[in-house]
Write a protein that binds this ligand. Structure first.
Ligand code: GNR
Ligand code: NI
Length: 188
């Protein structure tokens, strides 16, 4: 297992269209386990193979939801009491994914991207969809998705086509985001 370097804009490799996986071999299993390690380390909730420079149609996702069944830790700062729960690990792998039946209804999430660090913006996408994908053994599955999972898989699918979330913004907002990213880099 190894943490791999995450490519950032304006790396031209982020614009390539990724190729289908044809060999469900040990090299693929190593890629997937390295992608999980890289994603958890970042940390992020999803990662496409091209973000570590591998132009293959492979996605990993773990929304890492709070485990509200587990014992929480009561936290009180500024007189505002709330409970922190441990996160549940729910690692998911999608190979050669296809989006089916995207809903007409849209949902808006504030998105970020490990390849566009420290920039966040609202993006509208179909609120629900179906995904057809293969697992590490090459078996095909289909699943209905909603909420953050539907948004995340569409964000990751875009990476496979060389598209970033900032490409969904108006030109004005995209230019503002790129300017902000340049400023943040100069400051660092
Ligand atoms: O970590 C991530 N968070 C996120 C938040 C809202 C919508 C999409 C994402 S994916 C992102 C990780 C990433 O860049 N995946 O490609
Ligand atoms: Ni991303």
């Amino acid at each position: 297992m190894a943490i791999r370097e995450i490519l950032e804009v304006p790396d031209p490799r982020l614009k390539v269209v990724s190729e289908p996986v044809t060999e469900f071999d040990d090299e693929l299993k190593t890629l997937v386990s390295d992608m999980f390690e890289t994603m958890y380390d970042a940390p992020g909730i999803g990662l496409a193979a091209i973000q570590v420079g591998v132009p293959k149609r492979v996605l990993v996702i773990d929304l890492q939801p709070e485990d509200t069944e587990a014992e929480g830790e009561v936290c009180n700062h500024g007189g505002h009491e709330h409970v922190h729960y441990p996160v549940k690990k729910e690692p998911r792998v999608f190979i050669n994914p296809e989006i089916l039946d995207p809903a007409d209804e849209l949902a808006t999430y504030q998105e970020g991207c490990l390849s566009v660090p420290d920039i966040f913006a609202d993006v509208d996408r179909p609120a629900t969809c179906r995904v057809r994908y293969q697992d590490l053994e090459g078996e095909t599955h289909e699943e209905d998705l909603d909420g953050l999972m539907a948004t995340c898989i569409q964000h990751e699918m875009d990476h496979l086509e060389g598209i970033l979330f900032i490409d969904h913004l108006s030109r004005l907002k995209r230019n503002m985001a790129i300017k902000k990213l340049k400023k943040l880099r100069e400051a660092a």
